[in-house]
Design a protein around this ligand. Structure first.
Ligand code: 5GP
Length: 191
């Protein structure tokens, strides 16, 4: 038996629908999942909730947490800081929960260095055009930010080979089912 829960990293370009896919399986009791709530300096979007989607902090607070060694990983993404609080992840894993991080590519690289057996999954869109439609459809960002997010997405899509699994989000239910199977497989596997 494993003595702590899995560390699962899910990445994918902005707008690929990571959140929607994750919602389909996060509550599945068989998967024993806990979502790691990140810290960010970006503005809260409509409908987002403090402590559920993110902990919204100032740049000063974020930099203080970095200095104190309080983050498992962190990055600056399109002008804002994002990071994973270390203590919460450790606590949940020690309770036997499989902890899910929804983070971008640089963060995943840092996690792999610290936790080499992390289970890494990258979600890809059916096409770049479809990704653009989804980002614009969200109507939450100014044109300049949309452009920056698309440029970042194209860069991220070149790095999918750093991930153990790549899953296409063409159909949300199917993508969620594939990820469920991957997690179940790793839960049963002895290292
Ligand atoms: P958004 O602003 O759309 O919520 O997130 C922007 C990007 O930051 C997404 O690719 C998301 O996966 C990533 N992200 C969210 N939280 C973290 C984190 O704690 N660390 C890292 N490295 N990336 C994160």
């Amino acid at each position: 038996m494993r003595d702590k829960g899995l560390l699962i990293v899910i990445s994918g370009p902005s707008g690929v629908g990571k959140g929607t896919v994750i919602k389909r399986f996060i509550e599945d009791p068989d998967l024993k999942l806990a979502f790691s709530v990140s810290m960010t300096t970006r503005e809260k979007r409509e409908g987002e909730v403090e402590g559920v989607n993110y902990y919204y902090v100032t740049r000063e607070e974020f930099e203080k947490t970095i200095k104190e060694g309080g983050l498992l990983e962190w990055t600056e993404f399109v002008g804002n800081y994002y990071g994973t609080p270390l203590a919460a992840v450790e606590k949940l894993r020690s309770e036997g929960k499989n902890v899910l991080l929804e983070i971008e590519v640089d963060g995943c690289q840092q996690v792999k260095k610290k936790v080499p057996d992390a289970l890494t999954i990258f979600i890809v869109p059916p096409s770049i055009k479809e990704l653009e439609n989804r980002i614009r459809g969200r109507k939450t960002e100014a044109e300049e930010i949309v452009q920056q997010r698309l440029a970042k997405a194209e860069k991220e899509l070149e790095k999918t080979n750093q991930y153990r699994y790549v899953v296409c989000n063409d159909d949300v239910d199917l993508a969620a089912d594939i990820i469920r199977v991957i997690i179940r497989h790793h839960m049963e596997k002895e290292f």
